[in-house]
Design a protein around this ligand. Structure first.
Ligand code: 5RP
Length: 227
């Protein structure tokens, strides 16, 4: 039996894939919610949809290959028509925290190249103020201690993400530091301060990137559009 949160993820994904059209370049997100969309896109491709896709992680790439979704090299295109990805939190301005799955760097690059970024979530991801979910920050391993110290000056308490006894390593060979900033009242300010710190490759604050958030809500979906 599929539980209600999984149902919400699946409903949001099914709604989002309706926005994909023939001959588009499509960004494929990472995570359990994005996986429902990728599965749905696989079905559409099987039934004749012609797209070229750009995966945001090695995991997603493997899934796309298994589903025979044609891929294209991101370095050969100028823009992406539509991307579908998940999020760890979103607020009423459609600012996001992403990176729970550790793919934020490629996700943010894909999001930045995308004309229409559609975020799909279950109803637990909607917040008044971002920050209950610790902010993932991708750092080069050489700078991890330096960045831990620097985020303290921004009132952040960080920990290097571990996988068992060793550091979690991203697809780009970096570490993730998960930082508790408390509630983030000014995500634009925090984002700009983090962008100034040497050694941070990317962070999970996605500001003004999402066009639309589709949230599963019990047996239906609710869409939030950016203004
Ligand atoms: O940002 C992400 C991966 O880096 C995911 O989109 C985010 O963590 C949400 O994942 P899920 O859909 O499994 O809750």
């Amino acid at each position: 039996m599929i539980n209600s949160i999984e149902k919400e993820k699946e409903l949001a994904a099914k709604e989002a894939i309706k926005f994909i059209n023939n001959n588009q370049i499509v960004g494929l997100g990472t995570g359990s919610t994005a996986a429902y969309a990728i599965k749905g896109i696989g079905e559409l491709v099987k039934n004749g949809l012609k797209i070229k896709a750009i995966p945001t992680s090695n995991r997603t790439k493997e899934m796309a290959i298994l589903l025979n979704i044609p891929l294209i090299d991101i370095n050969t295109i100028d823009s992406i028509d539509v991307s579908i990805d998940g999020a760890d939190e979103f607020d009423s301005k459609l600012n996001l925290i992403k990176g729970g799955g550790g793919a934020l760097l490629r996700e943010k690059i894909v999001a930045s190249l995308t004309k229409e970024l559609i975020i799909i979530v279950d109803s637990t991801k909607k917040v008044d103020t971002l920050g209950k979910f610790k902010l993932p920050i991708e750092v080069i391993p050489f700078a991890s201690n330096y960045v831990l110290k620097k985020v303290q000056f921004l009132n952040g308490e960080g920990k290097i993400r571990m996988l068992g006894d060793t550091e979690f390593i991203t697809d780009e060979g970096n570490y993730i530091i998960d930082v508790d900033f408390g509630l983030i009242s000014d995500p634009i300010y925090l984002s700009s301060k983090l962008n100034e710190i040497e050694g941070i490759v990317s962070h999970g604050l996605f500001i003004k990137l999402a066009r639309k958030v589709i949230m599963g809500n019990n047996d239906t979906t609710i869409s939030f559009e950016s203004k």
